[in-house]
Each structure stands twice: as structure tokens, then as C-alpha cells.
Design a protein around this ligand. Structure first.
Ligand code: FE
Ligand code: MN
Length: 331
């Protein structure tokens, strides 16, 4: 009973489970439930409106990230619902996709909340994916990988089509959610470490926690399809996947330079670029491919900041933390 393409699978019959990993990711997502209004934007609003707390360079970095994420979340949601869901026949994997789609709605809501509270011009923020080339190029790249899957006549029958489908999954799960989100995560969490825009920083941290599960699901899905369709993952296909990831790293590094052209807060674009390479190697390992960069992680705190935040919330007895169990990997 394969995960895609099964005419034998009854999509309404989830038990007995065939793919326990899908169920595990679903439960992990539920355990992490949150909504943006739990995070106060009070301090962010004060800092944003003051003319001496947030510098022009920091403002640019915040705007670039809001510009990218505000539309990227919808792009991801549309891919799940309109391209991926239809072809995944395993009911437990579909259950996860429903959960993921909901989380993308929460993320979309987060950027509405940020725009509203900071009083940003939605016409500016929501057109940045068209007007800012470094953002537009990232979106155009993932969209180009998914074109064939979006066709109403597309089917996953045959090795060529399975490869097209895998290209979509690599494009959205590994590249979009696994690489293109991470320079932005590092930027906003770096600002929070300096006590700047801490509400947005906390929201980005919650989003990052969700995205780490999306990425884990995507990689399990890719690996399962690969195992169930042994002829598909050829050496030529693997070389193509590597070149896509290299291209993604290049685009993400351009984005990092564009969002942060001058160093600030004791950090700079070179470090964001190193971080992107470090992250790309982690993604390649997850696909059982050799590392490409060997770049050390310049931001070890990216993995730690979350635990500290949990403690802080615990002692303030604020209910922003719904995690009830399960060990998560944080990048
Ligand atoms: Fe998301
Ligand atoms: Mn996601």
C-alpha cells in the first residue's frame, strides 16, 4: 500500500496505520499548538514607533523578512492543498497535511497580526515578493519546481512523473521550508537576542518549531517514495537535486546580503551565508546525500534559544507553551 499512487488505498480508512512517522509528526504538531495573539507586541510597537531604538538597517531587515514570509506562507499552503494532497493516497499522511495546512494558516495569521500591530502598509509588505528581486527570485525558483505538478492532468504514474513529484517535494519542504526560511529565522532571533522586536522574534521561534516538523515530514515522505519506487532515485536525479540545493543556497545568500547589507548587532551577512551552508548540509544528510559545504554553524544559539525561552515563559507562568512531549530537533 504505497504512500502515493495507490488505487488500493481507501482514503477514509486510517487504521491500521502503515506510516507511523506521519502519525508521529501529526501528534508533534498538535502538541506545539499556538496562535499569534498569545505573543504581546507591546514592546515591538514602542520600539518600532520610536526613532532611536531600531536603526534603519534593522528596520530593513525586519521589513525584508515580513515581506518574504507574509506571502511565502500562503505559497506553501497552496502547494500542500492544491498540488501535494491530491497525490498522497495514504490517509495518515493526508491527516498530517491537513494539520500542516492549518499551521500555515496560523503563520499567515501571524503576519497579518504583525502588519496590524506595527501599522505597516499592507500594499508595501504584500507586494515585496514582486518588487524586491531577492525575494521574488526565491519564490520564482520554488514555483518553477512545481509547475508540472500543478497541471490538472498531472499524475504520479511512471518514474518520470514520480521524479517530477519528488522535485516538488524537495522544492517546498527542503528548499522553501528548509533553506529559504532559515536566514530569516536567524535574523529575527538575532534581533531578539539584542532585545529588539522580541514579540516578532518569539513568533518566528514558534514558526521555526512548526517548520522543523514540516521539514521532517517532507523528508520522511521523500524517503518513503524513494524506497517504494526503487528506479526513481538515479545518480543523475541525485545530481540534479544537489544542483537545485546549491542554487537555493546561492539565492538565500543573495537574500541575506540584500536584507542585511551592512553588519549590525555584531552579526553580518557573511555569518548568515555560513549558516545557510550549514543548514543545507543538514538537509542533504537528511536525504542520505553527502555534505556539500562542511561549514561550521556560526550560530550555535539557534539551537538553544528555544529552551531558554520555554524556561522564561514557565517562570512567568504565561501560557504560551503547549509542548507536552516529544524531543524536537531545532534546525
Ligand atoms: Fe509556515
Ligand atoms: Mn511550513
Amino acid at each position: 500500500m504505497p504512500v502515493i499512487n495507490s488505487t488500493k488505498t481507501d482514503p477514509n480508512k486510517i487504521l491500521p496505520l502503515h506510516y507511523p512517522w506521519a502519525r508521529r509528526h501529526y501528534k508533534a504538531g498538535v502538541a506545539n499548538n499556538w496562535v499569534p495573539e498569545e505573543v504581546s507586541m507591546q514592546k515591538d510597537v514602542e520600539q518600532w514607533k520610536s526613532d532611536h531604538v531600531i536603526t534603519a538597517d534593522e528596520r530593513r531587515m525586519v521589513l525584508w523578512n515580513l515581506g518574504f514570509f507574509s506571502t511565502a506562507e500562503s505559497l506553501t499552503a497552496n502547494n500542500i492543498v492544491l498540488a501535494v494532497y491530491h497525490h498522497i493516497t495514504a490517509p495518515e499522511a493526508r491527516q498530517y497535511l491537513l494539520r500542516q495546512a492549518y499551521e500555515e494558516a496560523v503563520h499567515t495569521d501571524t503576519f497579518i497580526y504583525c502588519c496590524d500591530t506595527l501599522g505597516l502598509d499592507p500594499d508595501e509588505i504584500y507586494t515585496m515578493y514582486e518588487t524586491i528581486p531577492s525575494i521574488k527570485d526565491k519564490d520564482a525558483f520554488v514555483v518553477s519546481l512545481t509547475q508540472s505538478v500543478f497541471s490538472p492532468t498531472f499524475s504520479t504514474e511512471g518514474d518520470d512523473n514520480v521524479r517530477k513529484f519528488l522535485r516538488d517535494l524537495v522544492g517546498f519542504y527542503v528548499i522553501m521550508e528548509g533553506i529559504f526560511f532559515y536566514a530569516g529565522f536567524a535574523m529575527m532571533l538575532a534581533m531578539r537576542r539584542q532585545n529588539k522586536m522580541v514579540g516578532i522574534g518569539e513568533q518566528f521561534e514558534f514558526i521555526m518549531r512548526d517548520e522543523s516538523i514540516h521539514l521532517a515530514f517532507g523528508c520522511d515522505l521523500i524517503q518513503t517514495i524513494r524506497a517504494e519506487n526503487p528506479g526513481v532515485w538515479t545518480a543523475a536525479f541525485e545530481a540534479e537535486i544537489l544542483s537545485l540545493i546549491e542554487r537555493a543556497v546561492d539565492l538565500e545568500q543573495r537574500y541575506a546580503w540584500d536584507a542585511c547589507p551592512r553588519g549590525l548587532l555584531g552579526i553580518n551577512a557573511e555569518q548568515f551565508c555560513q549558516y545557510v551552508e550549514h543548514i543545507a548540509d543538514r538537509r542533504l544528510e537528511r536525504l542520505d546525500m553527502p555534505k556539500r559545504y562542511g561549514t561550521p554553524n556560526p550560530f550555535p544559539w539557534m539551537a538553544q534559544s528555544v529552551d531558554l525561552q520555554k524556561e522564561k515563559n514557565f517562570f512567568e507562568t504565561r501560557v504560551t507553551e503547549y509542548q507536552t512531549g516529544g524531543a524536537l530537533v531545532w534546525d
